[in-house]
Design a protein around this ligand. Structure first.
Ligand code: FMN
Length: 419
């Protein structure tokens, strides 16, 4: 029998899903339409919980961001951001509005999960994380994927929620060590994760590795995690992520003991993805040498992006009064220091290269974060006579993962061929 991803299913207890998960991509890159398509087709789609107040403002003309900025306007020129706090009531409301509308629109037999990054410390790490997770559960989310952090205290933070044992809970790890730590620290809650996503060094967004990321290999880490869970007698589905570009790549991971794959890069150029179309064209045009891993994210994690990202070297004033998602518990973000150092040297021409104001840059789609294989996206779309590419649908990409063989990708039929 030909190796095909469609020959496999991802099982959670007694239910079966397509073994394909669309990865969480903030801010609003893994948009509602993308997650709903994955769920409609019987797979799992992620939305992201990054900066939901601003996402909701744009969707519904609410004023969460304006209200916060209004409250802290007096502090805009102050380097000390310790007073700038999120109103937990408003944060919960924004989360419930967004998640509620996604879940209401959900059709089909799949599930919608939310990706929740611990690194969004929001000047009150435990309080804001709890509010985001509780509110997502209140609004009916099917599952929560904990990411960008070790989440050692996160299970305990939400164990009093009535849905704690019913919501699917998963974690993204990049090593067996991180998984062992989570299991140890969460054991008191008598709750193991329902799935583990093992993310390797070729993923998009932030990497769970240092700048030595190229020394690591997803296959080796996934095999280690599978072996560890088997030794412990834990039947937890393992989902491989990072550089899974074809259906055959996905089958390789299933043969290694994984139960599914999480993919993001292939979906960044789909019609349903939240990036502006002009940015999708940048991804499609990219060559391998146009993609870098750098340290401009104030989170401290390396991040992969296109070299031409407009955020690199931009020097905007820190925008924490409006956003402030990366402020640590003391109201500090590394971008503020980098910005102030440049201002002290040359206030006339402010170009900050060390770090970027990530909240503002992600919100405005100025950090073109992407996976390693972005340079192969041009193989997956039709080039039009004017040099631009026709954007495939998410449904086409999911079908391609399910049915392609021999490590091939298939372009969608050209519009002219359909008629
Ligand atoms: C544009 C983009 C944004 C991403 N943003 C996030 C994020 O906000 N949180 C997260 O946990 N992972 C993020 N990721 C990682 C993906 O969810 C996924 O695990 C990974 O990219 C899969 O590898 P692939 O892109 O090679 O398919 C992002 C990936 C991309 C391409």
């Amino acid at each position: 029998m030909m190796k095909k991803l469609d020959n496999h299913r991802l099982r959670f207890a007694t239910r079966e899903y397509l073994p394909i998960v669309t990865g969480g991509m903030g801010v609003d890159i893994s948009a509602t339409a993308l997650a709903l398509t994955a769920a409609q087709m019987g797979g799992i789609g992620h939305i992201s919980d990054a900066m939901l107040p601003t996402v909701v403002d744009q969707e519904r003309r609410t004023s969460f961001v304006r209200d916060k900025l209004q409250k802290y306007k007096y502090n805009v020129a102050n380097a000390d951001k310790s007073e700038v706090k999120f109103d937990l009531e408003a944060l919960g409301q924004a989360t419930r509005l967004h998640v509620g509308s996604v879940m209401e629109a959900k059709r089909g037999s799949g599930m919608v999960f939310i990706n929740c990054m611990e690194k969004l410390t929001m000047n009150n790490p435990a309080g804001t994380l709890k509010t985001r997770l509780d509110s997502a559960m209140d609004a009916g989310i099917d599952g929560i994927t904990l990411s960008a952090g070790l989440h050692l205290g996160t299970f305990a933070l939400i164990e009093d929620h009535p849905r704690f044992h019913d919501v699917k809970l998963g974690i993204i790890v990049s090593s067996v060590r991180a998984l062992k730590l989570l299991l140890k620290k969460s054991s008191r809650t008598r709750r193991t994760p329902d799935y583990v996503i093992v993310e390797g060094p070729l993923a998009g967004g932030h990497l769970g590795f240092g700048m030595d990321w190229a020394d690591y290999d997803l296959k080796a880490i996934a095999a280690e995690v599978v072996a560890f869970l088997a030794e412990e007698g834990l039947e937890i589905p393992v989902i491989a992520a990072g550089g899974v570009f074809t259906g055959s790549d996905a089958v390789d991971y299933i043969e290694l003991g994984c139960s599914g794959v999480q993919c993001a890069t292939r979906f960044t150029i789909t019609k349903e993805c939240g990036l502006p179309d002009s940015v999708k064209q940048e991804y499609l045009k990219a060559e391998e040498e146009d993609i870098v891993v750098n340290t401009i994210s104030p989170t401290g994690y390396p991040m992969r992006m296109l070299k031409s990202s407009p955020a690199i070297g931009s020097g905007i004033r820190p925008n924490c009064e409006a956003y402030g998602y990366l402020l640590d518990r003391n109201g500090h973000c590394d971008y503020i220091d980098a910005y102030n150092a440049v201002v002290a040297q040359n206030p006339k021409e402010i170009r900050v290269y060390d770090k970027t104001c990530l909240c503002t840059a992600m919100r405005r789609f100025k950090v073109w974060t992407c996976g390693h294989y972005t340079y192969r996206l041009k193989e997956t779309a039709n080039r039009l006579p004017d040099g631009t590419y026709e954007l495939p649908s998410a449904e086409h990409v999911i079908h391609d993962y399910l049915y392609s063989t021999d490590y091939q990708v298939h372009r969608p039929p050209l519009k002219a061929e359909i008629v």
